[in-house]
Design a binder for this molecule. Structure first.
Ligand SMILES: Cc1cc2nc3c(=O)[nH]c(=O)nc-3n(C[C@H](O)[C@H](O)[C@H](O)COP(=O)(O)O)c2cc1C
Ligand SMILES: CCCCC(=O)C(=O)O
Length: 404
């Protein structure tokens, strides 16, 4: 990592900013924020601290990145319709997941993010990154989904975190690999070491065409590995090569049935964009679905997730499954729009990576705290006392002046 010190940095925002400013001026990057007040401020600072290839891997989307832009922009087409003179002296954001299996303090969870070791290459032999994220999630009383492509093994993430936070909620994200024995082993291991659900990603039969990272010759640094997959990248091998060699493009609904037969854990499908597939997920016994376009990193030109959400909610809302959504959520008002639209909770990925890059566990905590506070304020100013009361009456489709 060119722009980093190897020592763990426990400094305050002020010192972080000072260092980032120095880095920024070396990189010729102007205008860093005076204070880190929102997610975009964290993004700006993180950009100055990451190597260029790592930044491009984290930040970009597929092809022309049309959907990447849409994911954030589509939130602006929906406006809020507040109610007044409601007692909002006590706001309740506590949220039950999977029929009471977990309760989180606020409906914002951490999406699975591969290769976090590049954002926080500190501690325990480069195995500190995903642990820092998991500790931050646990201390904020929310949930983290750990990626199959994590740079710390699934056991090494959960075990130390559970020592300090016995009830820490973690789910394991599964890429079904060609070697089904390895897939089954991963699932069983996740169950044994205490993960609460298997999140199977279904929008990655191949890896999306992410040109910025190709131009930057992005590959996982040699000091990091992907221990869940028992893979160490060989010289010259990119993550895209690894992905293509291990991931199984034959994955289909029968495999979801097979997965259910090898574990007692709830199965959640991640990457649903149509009501038809949401209905199939219910038919195949999934406990929840995640409306997601993989942060616009897979197929460009698909719908933004906030636009895909309403028809999916309408199709399966009475089927007893939780509906979660991710993609482009950067403000508390974005979270409120998702919950009012019918999602039980949202997940965020890049904001977490920016927080992790800026200040490790503390940075992730601050990012989660920021989104939580913004969400509570949005609820308060919208006249909503309890997350359970969120509904589409609080939303307007901008420019069309119609209720959703
Ligand atoms: C750097 C990066 C790595 C990701 N790795 C995974 C992964 O390993 N598994 C997965 O299912 N999704 C992965 N995703 C997708 C996220 O889980 C999530 O769907 C999406 O990024 C949410 O959008 P946001 O980044 O705008 O919040 C990754 C996203 C990013 C940005
Ligand atoms: C190497 C691809 C797996 C991680 C992933 O899902 C992503 O980068 O979006």
């Amino acid at each position: 990592m060119e722009n980093r010190s190897d020592k763990k940095d426990t400094s305050s925002d002020k010192r972080e900013l000072h260092q980032a400013r120095q880095g920024a001026s070396n990189l010729g990057a102007p205008h860093l924020p005076e204070m880190l007040l929102n997610i975009e401020d964290y993004h700006k600072v993180a950009k100055t601290k990451l190597t260029k290839p790592a930044y491009h891997y984290y930040a970009n989307g597929a092809d022309d990145q049309v959907t990447l832009k849409d994911n954030t922009e589509s939130f602006k087409d929906i406006r809020l319709r507040p109610r007044v003179l409601v007692d909002v002296s006590n706001i309740n954001t506590k949220t039950n997941l999977l029929s009471g299996r977990h309760t989180i303090d606020f409906p914002i969870m951490i999406a699975p993010c591969a290769m976090q070791g590049m954002a926080w290459p500190h501690g325990n032999d480069n195995r500190g990154a995903e642990r820092a994220t998991a500790r931050a999630a646990a201390s904020m009383n929310t949930l983290m989904v750990v990626s199959s492509f994590s740079t710390t093994s699934m056991q090494e993430v959960i075990q130390p975190v559970r020592k300090d936070h016995p009830n820490a909620a973690l789910w394991y994200q599964l890429y079904v690999v060609k070697d089904r024995k390895l897939t089954e082993d991963m699932v069983k291991k996740a169950e044994k070491c205490g993960y609460g659900a298997i999140v199977v990603t279904v929008d990655a039969s191949g890896i999306g065409n992410r040109e910025p990272e190709i131009r930057e010759h992005f590959k996982l640094p040699q000091n990091l590995s992907l221990p869940n997959l028992i893979v160490k990248t060989k010289d010259g091998e990119t993550h895209s090569d690894v992905f293509s060699s291990v991931i199984d493009p034959s994955l289909n609904w029968k495999d979801v049935d097979w997965l259910r037969s090898v574990t007692h854990l709830p199965i959640i499908v991640k990457g649903i964009l149509s009501s038809e597939d949401a209905v199939l997920a219910v038919k195949h016994g999934c406990a929840a679905i995640i409306v997601s376009n993989h942060g616009a990193r897979q197929l460009d030109m698909v719908q933004s997730t906030i636009d895909a959400l309403p028809s999916i909610v309408d199709a399966v809302k009475d089927c007893g499954v939780d509906i979660y959504v991710d993609g482009g959520i950067r403000r508390g008002t974005d979270v409120l729009k998702c919950i009012c639209m019918g999602a039980k909770a949202v997940l965020v990925a890049r904001p977490i990576l920016w927080g992790l890059t800026v200040d490790g566990e503390e940075g992730v905590k601050k990012v989660l705290g920021l989104l939580k506070k913004e969400f509570e304020k949005a609820m308060m100013l919208c006249g909503i006392q309890d997350v359970k009361d969120c509904n589409r009456d609080y939303l307007l489709r901008y420019n069309k002046y119609s209720k959703l």
